[in-house]
Design a binder for this molecule. Sequence first.
Ligand code: CAA
Length: 413
Amino acid sequence: MTYQMIEMHNQFPEVGIESIGLYVPRYFVSLDDLAHARGVDPMKFSVGIGQEQMAVPPPDEDVVTMGASAAHEALRDVDTSRIDTLIFATESGVDQSKAAAIYVHHLLQLPRRCKSFEVKQACCGSTAALQMAMAMVAQKPDRKVLIVAADVARYGLGTAGEPTQGAGALALVISAQPRIMKLESEWGSYTEDVMDFWRPNYLDEAVVDGKYSIKIYLKALSESWAQYTEESGLAFADHHRFCYHLPFTRMAEKAHRQLVKLTDQPEVHPEHYEDALHYNRVIGNSYTASLYIGLTSLLETTESDLTGQRIGLFSYGSGCMAAYFSGIVLPGYREALRPDRIAAQFQSRHRLSIEQYEEYYTHELPRDGSRYVTTAHDTGQFRLAGVEGHKRLYERAESLTVRAREPHIAVAM
Ligand code: CAA
């Protein structure tokens, strides 16, 4: 190696995804049930929007408990003493000042020297966190960064946005010892001040201009793709699969169709993006986690070997900021994944009636500082035990003796 090559090697070590953890709430609403309740043709939700179910967190779960459960899974085979930074991306934060990352740091007993903070730019916050993590690891390859992305997508009851709700959390360990995917260093970005989707501090649900948000999403895709291809010199044909931010799965079809047209491809091949949709179709939107749940779905459900394949990734955050980037699937990636655990999570979910869903949706914690103990529901490793003196109190769910009882209904995948 020449001196220059060694310098370059030192500057840009292989950085990528070492492990992934996914957490999905144990409750869901069937969109057929929602369609009947709202007087809508069920085909509109299943075909027009491309969703079958949406995950609903019970009153004792929030982004902290979901994020901690996903992170717990991601850290299963990782030496936590080397986690140098925890970045929590969310747009459903539980506090205006204190980062959700600090609660997760405590619940997972991470080292005191591990920096922990929260980032926000709608659904793209997790991708901003990823870029930050890559730079941190490139600078000091002996450290690892834990990214947690967790959100509860909420629109008004009975609104057009309602069938595009959902919830979930995804955690990534980014390191210089990637086992799943090497992340490439060329990115395309796009920022424009638009009001397509936002949530003022005084509202619990998003305000959205739905049709406009789809237009802006597609514009941001073209713009960020243009910069990404300019800088990387890569073309459409250099990519084997494509993952898109998934507010609902039909959006991927619209996005891919546009990319195919933009790059003058003779035809659309649905197999280029379809395996990335399976998990989201039964989870719904999970904002910051959505793209990475799509990537996990692709890696875990594609039957053929993806080793060495380049995956194109498009991240979109309303408001708006978007990014296009890519990664190469590494040999042995399957051994680092846990599709069995995710299948088990899906199979043990409870189907909510529309009345139960509306009860969960309208449940509120006291805002006057009074003490409130939450009823125990089926949760992941962690739960919100209650609030007192305006403080949120979390606990390990294993300590519970009482659990809410509802019928288990297996989910067809
Ligand atoms: N059978 C089959 N298809 C049907 C149907 C039926 N009976 N009835 C309607 N459809 C089709 C429609 O033709 C339409 O298809 P096209 O998109 O191909 O035109 C589709 O179902 C949706 O129907 P509408 O356009 O009438 O839908 P809507 O007005 O009820 O709203 C929505 C759809 C805009 C997605 C709405 O759910 C919404 O506002 N969602 C939240 C915003 C959102 O997700 N935006 C995405 C981009 S922004 C982003 O990505 C960030 C983020 O995470 C929020």
